[in-house]
Ligand binder design. Structure first.
Ligand code: DNO
Length: 344
């Protein structure tokens, strides 16, 4: 495995040399953030990021995310042009040594939480999700913590209405169409696509969500067998779905898991959860079991400690402060080393 750390570019409050000081850190996971969704990422922007990483002696082999335009997800006529742009972005990234692109196919919203600063008794805080709070939210005046409110109220309402016409099956077909359109660019550039699961893994506001568990992956690989079609195995997202057996899935898909987001959650109700420190003992997911299954399955991809808490009075970007993610990396490094040596 290659240990990595998410870095939000030059505007991130965490300097690259701090990241480099975390033991075993091979590289950062980053993105071009100032290109509107659907536009080609130009080489000058990619090369600037690449240079900064190189100067800090960190690889830039994973991009999270190249966002997918809603017209592609909805199968609108403009999708062919947008897919061609996406393919060009892939080729451009390939020129700078990128090996893996994390993306998602969630309609309208990315991950959803209801509180970004849930205080624990020990004074730390973290992200949490309460299903009732979310379902009680009026979509006409939607202000959710965390996701980028890039739509006006009118745009959002017309998007939500347009999605009412789109079934899970159609959304899945649109994903397959998109993947088939970009696979030649991936073959050419040697880049693996790694779809992020829906977070949390169930429908939201009547919007279909399709990457939620084992069945989704079986269907995805059957529809697009190309090896560049792979997944980001996010324990926190998949783990919120109580029927997902994480270690079993990690082993089953190990050769398609190009990127692993490892983090912990603790359930507070059937569909409610709070994010906790990474260790297995800190929550309800078997992080040790997942790492063991990955190693057993021959996983050779990138790993990053996912969402950390804010600890030691850090006021970091929710989920993406320095300290707790660094502790997470250290813990995960230890697990991998012990398990890899044990299995030799
Ligand atoms: C949240 C992240 C997601 C992820 C995207 C990938 O912290 O895991 O926002 O980056 O879903 O496209």
């Amino acid at each position: 495995m290659k240990m990595t750390f998410r870095w939000y570019g030059p505007q991130d409050s965490i300097p690259l040399n701090y990241i480099k000081q975390i033991p075993n850190m091979s590289g950062v996971v980053t993105a071009v953030y100032d290109e509107p969704v659907g536009e080609i990422w130009q080489e000058d922007k990619i090369s600037k990021l690449h240079k900064l990483c190189k100067e800090a002696d960190l690889a830039m082999e994973v991009i999270e995310s190249v966002p997918v335009h809603e017209d592609i997800k909805m199968g609108r006529p403009s999708r062919d042009g947008l897919i061609a742009n996406y393919a060009q972005t892939i080729r451009n990234l390939g020129k700078y040594g990128v090996k893996c692109i994390c993306y998602n196919f969630m309609p309208v919203f990315d991950w959803l939480r209801t509180n970004l600063k849930t205080k624990a008794k020990d004074g730390s805080n973290s992200l949490s999700y309460k299903h009732e709070e979310l379902t009680g939210t009026d979509t006409k005046d939607l202000h959710l913590p965390g996701w980028d409110e890039s739509y006006t109220a009118d745009q959002l309402s017309s998007l939500l209405t347009a999605y009412r016409e789109i079934s899970h099956e159609e959304l899945f077909e649109n994903l397959v169409y998109f993947l088939n359109g970009i696979m030649p660019a991936c073959d050419e550039a040697g880049i693996n696509m790694a779809i992020h699961p829906d977070d949390p893994p169930w429908d939201m506001f009547g919007l279909p969500r399709i990457i939620t568990g084992e069945k989704s992956y079986d269907e995805l690989f059957a529809a697009v067998p190309n090896k560049h079609n792979g997944i980001t195995f996010c324990t926190g997202s998949l783990g919120a779905g109580r029927s997902n057996k994480l270690p079993y899935m990690a082993e089953k898909y190990a050769d398609r898991i190009y990127f692993a987001h490892l983090r912990q959650i603790k359930f507070a109700g059937e569909l409610d959860f709070t994010e906790t420190g990474h260790m297995t003992a800190g929550g309800d997911l078997d992080i040790y079991g997942v790492v063991k299954a990955l190693v057993k399955g021959g996983f050779e991809g990138y790993v990053r400690p996912d969402h950390g808490r804010n600890i030691w009075d850090e006021d970091g970007k929710p989920g993406y402060g320095l300290y707790d993610r660094a502790l997470g990396a250290a813990y995960l490094n230890g697990l991998f080393e012990a398990i890899e040596k044990e299995m030799k």
